[in-house]
Design a protein around this ligand. Structure first.
Ligand code: ADP
Ligand code: ZN
Length: 746
C-alpha cells in the first residue's frame, strides 16, 4: 500500500464536503483508497472512508487520523467510482451512497468475528501427578485425560458437553497449566446445517446452447460486450444458462454476482447454486435482508477476502466487494424490488450495467417479461437480445381462461370471490389430487368497514387510506392500516352518524382462505402473505409442506407469484386481476401483464398441462388479452406506442419530487415555490408538471405534494434539480425527496 502522507475522506455524517487529514508515522503504508478510518471531527470522532491519497493539501490546521478500522480497504476504486456515479445520477449526497454500499456491521468498527474458546493439551502430566489428581480432584483427572486424547483443538463447550463436566473444572486445569485455551474466530454460516447435493451441467438444448455461446463469447472480450437481455419464457432454462455461464466465468479465474429479487431468494434458489458449485469449498456467498448482523459480517468478509467467488443476493449485492469481476446476472430484471425506495433511490439493474462498464465485465439481464426499458434498449441496440422461446420440457404454455366478473356479479348480485368456473376447476383438482395456487395481491380479511347509512368508511387517522379488517391473531379482529401500522378496535356503531349499519366491504387473502376452506372443507388450505409469515421458518415450512403435497390449496400475495417450482400445481386462480390496473401509475398495465404472465408460469410445470383462471371486471384490457395469448411482442408494441405518445419512460426519463410536512399549508406552499424556481432553472426541453397533491395525499401524518419532471438528458436534469434545491431554504418541518426514474408514483 502507498505511503501516503495525507488522506481525503468522506465522513459518514452528511456534510456535503470531503476533508483532508494527515497520516501519522505509525499508520503510514497501511492505508489505501477505500480504507475505513476514524478521524477527529469538530470536537468528536467520526468514522470515514478514504477516497483519495493527495500528495499535497491546501487545508489549514490539518489534523491526524486517529485509527484505521479493519486491515484492508473495504471499497475498491471501481466501487468508489460507482458510488460517485450514483450520487450524481440519483441526485443524492455521496455520504448517503456510501452508507448503502457498505453493510452497517462493516461500517461500524466494533462488531467482529464471533470468537469461541478452543481447548488443547497443556504441559505433560506424569503418572504420579495423575494418580494424586484422581484422588484429590477426580473430575479434573477425568477431563485432563480426555484432553490428552484430543487430536486437534476442540471447542471448549463441545468438550464439556461430551464429558458432562463443567467450566470450573476446565478453569482449574488451565490454572495448573494442564490445559490451554485459545480464542478463535468461527464463521457463522447461515446454511451450515444444510447439505447440498452436488449437481453437474445439464445438456443444453439448441436455443440454450446458442445463448450460452453468446455469453461465453462476451466473456472472452468483455470490454466490447453490450449488456445481454435474455428473454426466455418461464421454464425455458434461463437459470441453467446462468449456472453454466458462471462456471465459464470461474474457469477464467473471475468472479460473479447473481442478483435475484428478495422474494425469490428462496432456499430452492440458493440450493441450486450451492449444489452446482459444491466442488469449490465456500464458493457461494449469500446476501439478503434476513441474515443476522453476524452472518452478514461473515459473508461479507468471505467475499472481501476472496474466498467466495460467487455472490447471490438481493438488490444491495450489486455492491458486493468481489475483485476480478467477470459476470453480473440480474434474474427477473423487470422486478420492481430492484428499485430502492429510500435514498439513494437506485435501481440495481441499472447499477449492474454501470458497474459492468466500470469493471469491464459481462452483464446478463434475464426475464420472461422484460421491463419496457430493457426491451426498448434491446430494440435500439444498446443491449443485445437473446431469446428462448420454448419451455425446456416442451410443455405447452398453460391455458388461460378469462372469467368476466361482471357476469358473475349479475348472477350472484354480489362481488364473487370464487366464480363458479374457478370453483369447479378447484374441485376437479382436489379429486385428481393435484394442487392449486390462488393469488390475490391484497392482505387482510375485509378491505374496509363502511357505514351503509352515511357511506363513511373507517379511514386511518394518519394516512389517506381505508383501514383493513384482519381476523389474523397478530392483529386479532382489529382494523389496521397497511401503510403506517395504526390499529383500531371495530366500532359497534358508525362513529359518524351513530347508526348500527356498519358493513364489511372488499376482501383480502384472509377472506379468500376462509371462503375456500368453507367451500372445500376436506381440503388443506394454507395462506402465505406478510401476515402469516412473520416467523422466520414459516416460509420455508409452508413451501416444504406444499412441495410434499401436504397442502392442497395455497392462497397468497406476490410472495407466491415468483420463481417457485411445483410440478404438481396444475391450476392457478387469479382472484382479481384488476387491482394493479387501477393504480394511478403509467406502469399499471405493464405490471398487470407481467404479473399475469409470471403467476401463470407457476402452472403445469410437471407432467400435466396447467390451467389459469383470471377473474376480472375488465376482460378486454390489453394487458389481460395479450397475457392470455402469451403475446409478449404484441403487448410491448402497443404499450411502447402509448408511452411514446405520452412522453413517458422509456422515451423520457422522469424525476419525481415529493414535498411533505405535517402542516398541510406549509407543504403546499413549499411545493409551489419549488415549482416556480424549477420553472426558472429548467430549459424548455424539460416537461415540468404542477405541484399537485400526491395520489396518497396523507401518509403517516404527513401531507404530500408531488412535482413530476420529464426529459431526455437525465444527468443534466439531475444536476439542475440538485442546484435548485440547494439554493432554496425550506422550513424546518418540510422534507423534500428526489426520486430519479421513480417506480412509486403514489
Ligand atoms: P427458468 O429459469 O427459465 O424458469 P430453469 O433454468 O429453472 O428455467 O429450468 C426449468 C427446469 O428445467 C428446471 O428444473 C431445470 O433443471 C430444467 N432444465 C433446464 N435446462 C435443462 C436442460 N437443458 N435439460 C433438461 N432439463 C433442463
Ligand atoms: Zn396509516
Amino acid at each position: 500500500m502507498a505511503k501516503a502522507n495525507y488522506v481525503r475522506v468522506i465522513i459518514d455524517r452528511a456534510i456535503h464536503r470531503e476533508l483532508d487529514y494527515a497520516v501519522p508515522e505509525s499508520l503510514r503504508g497501511r492505508i489505501g483508497v477505500g480504507s475505513r478510518v476514524r478521524v477527529p471531527f469538530r470536537d468528536k470522532s467520526a468514522l470515514a472512508t478514504v477516497v483519495a491519497l493527495p500528495e499535497q493539501t491546501d487545508a489549514r490546521g490539518i489534523r491526524p487520523i486517529e485509527a484505521i478500522i479493519g486491515e484492508a480497504p473495504v471499497l475498491t476504486e471501481q466501487l468508489l467510482e460507482l458510488g460517485r456515479w450514483i450520487a450524481t445520477y440519483y441526485c443524492c449526497p455521496i455520504e448517503t451512497v456510501m452508507r448503502s454500499m457498505l453493510p452497517q456491521v462493516i461500517r461500524r468498527a466494533e462488531v467482529g468475528w464471533k470468537k469461541q474458546l478452543f481447548v488443547q493439551p497443556g504441559r505433560k502430566i506424569d503418572n504420579d501427578e495423575l494418580e494424586k489428581l484422581r484422588k484429590r480432584a477426580p473430575r479434573q483427572a477425568e477431563l485432563v485425560e480426555a484432553i490428552s486424547r484430543l487430536e486437534m483443538p476442540m471447542r471448549a463447550a463441545e468438550l464439556l458437553r461430551q464429558t458432562s463436566l463443567d467450566n470450573q473444572t476446565l478453569r482449574a486445569l488451565v490454572k495448573r497449566g494442564l490445559a490451554k485455551l485459545r480464542e478463535e474466530a468461527v464463521v457463522r454460516d447461515p446454511h451450515a446445517d444444510e447439505h447440498f447435493i452436488a449437481t453437474s451441467n445439464l445438456v443444453l438444448n439448441e436455443e440454450q446452447t446458442r445463448a450460452l455461446n453468446e455469453i461465453t463469447q462476451a466473456l472472452e472480450a468483455p470490454e466490447n460486450a453490450r449488456p445481454i437481455l435474455l428473454h426466455g419464457v418461464t421454464g425455458s432454462g434461463k437459470t441453467e444458462i446462468y449456472l453454466q455461464a458462471i462456471r465459464a466465468t470461474l474457469d477464467r479465474g473471475c468472479t460473479a454476482i447473481v442478483l435475484v429479487p428478495e422474494i425469490s431468494l428462496t432456499p430452492q434458489t440458493v440450493e441450486r447454486f450451492k449444489g452446482r458449485f459444491a466442488y469449490v469449498p465456500d464458493a457461494v456467498a449469500v446476501l439478503h435482508s434476513h441474515l443476522s448482523e453476524g452472518e452478514r459480517h461473515d459473508e461479507w468478509h468471505k467475499i472481501h477476502a476472496g474466498r467466495a467467488r460467487i455472490v447471490i443476493g438481493a438488490r444491495s449485492a450489486v455492491f458486493a466487494p468481489l475483485k476480478n469481476l467477470g459476470l453480473i446476472v440480474i434474474d427477473e430484471e423487470h422486478e420492481t424490488t430492484y428499485k430502492q425506495e429510500e435514498a439513494p433511490r437506485y435501481h440495481a439493474r441499472d447499477l449492474a450495467v454501470v458497474r459492468g462498464k466500470i469493471e469491464k465485465c459481462v452483464v446478463v439481464l434475464g426475464s420472461a417479461t422484460p421491463s419496457l426499458e430493457s426491451y426498448h434498449n434491446a430494440g435500439t441496440g444498446k443491449y443485445r437480445l437473446l431469446a428462448l422461446t420454448q419451455r425446456v420440457d416442451e410443455k405447452q404454455m398453460p391455458l388461460m381462461r378469462i372469467v368476466d366478473l361482471r357476469q358473475e356479479r349479475r348472477k350472484e348480485k354480489k362481488a364473487a370471490i370464487l366464480s363458479e368456473k374457478l370453483s369447479q376447476a378447484i374441485a376437479d383438482r382436489l379429486e385428481k389430487r393435484e394442487q392449486t395456487i390462488l393469488f390475490l395481491n391484497r392482505r387482510g380479511f375485509s378491505t374496509s368497514l363502511l357505514c351503509s347509512e352515511c357511506g363513511e368508511a373507517r379511514n386511518c387517522p394518519n394516512c389517506s387510506v381505508a383501514l383493513t379488517f384482519h381476523r389474523h391473531p397478530a392483529v386479532s379482529g382489529r382494523l389496521s392500516c397497511h401503510l403506517c401500522g395504526h390499529t383500531a378496535a371495530v366500532p359497534k356503531k358508525c362513529p359518524d352518524c351513530g347508526k348500527d349499519a356498519l358493513i364489511y366491504y372488499g376482501f383480502g387473502t384472509e377472506k379468500v382462505e376462509s371462503t375456500v376452506a368453507q367451500i372445500f372443507p376436506k381440503a388443506v388450505v394454507r395462506r402465505m402473505d406478510a401476515d402469516s409469515m412473520t416467523r422466520k421458518e414459516a416460509y420455508r415450512e409452508t413451501l416444504r409442506d406444499f412441495r410434499t403435497g401436504k397442502i392442497d390449496i395455497l392462497v397468497g400475495t406476490q410472495m407466491i407469484a415468483k420463481g417457485l417450482h411445483f410440478p404438481n400445481v396444475t391450476l392457478v386462480g387469479i382472484i382479481n386481476a384488476d387491482l394493479a390496473l387501477h393504480l394511478p401509475d403509467f406502469r399499471a398495465g405493464e405490471r398487470t401483464f407481467q404479473l399475469l404472465t409470471q403467476v401463470a408460469g407457476r402452472a403445469g410445470r410437471g407432467e400435466t398441462p396447467g390451467e389459469v383462471f383470471v377473474q376480472t371486471y375488465t376482460p378486454f384490457s390489453p394487458s389481460i388479452q395479450f397475457a392470455r395469448h402469451h403475446d409478449f411482442a404484441g403487448y410491448f408494441q402497443q404499450e411502447l406506442e402509448f408511452r411514446e405518445r405520452c412522453d413517458f419512460p422509456p422515451f423520457k426519463h422522469a424525476i419525481l419530487i415529493t414535498v411533505r410536512s405535517a402542516h398541510e399549508g406549509r407543504s403546499k406552499l413549499s411545493a409551489e415555490t419549488l415549482k416556480r424556481r424549477l420553472k426558472e432553472a429548467l430549459p424548455e426541453e424539460f416537461i415540468l408538471g404542477d405541484a399537485t397533491p400526491a395520489p396518497l395525499e396523507k401518509l403517516q401524518g404527513q401531507f404530500r405534494f408531488h412535482i413530476l419532471i420529464r426529459g431526455e438528458a437525465i444527468l443534466r436534469l439531475s444536476r439542475l434539480v440538485r442546484e435548485t434545491l440547494d439554493k432554496l431554504p425550506f422550513p424546518e418541518d418540510v422534507t423534500v425527496s428526489v426520486d430519479v426514474d421513480p417506480y412509486q408514483l403514489l
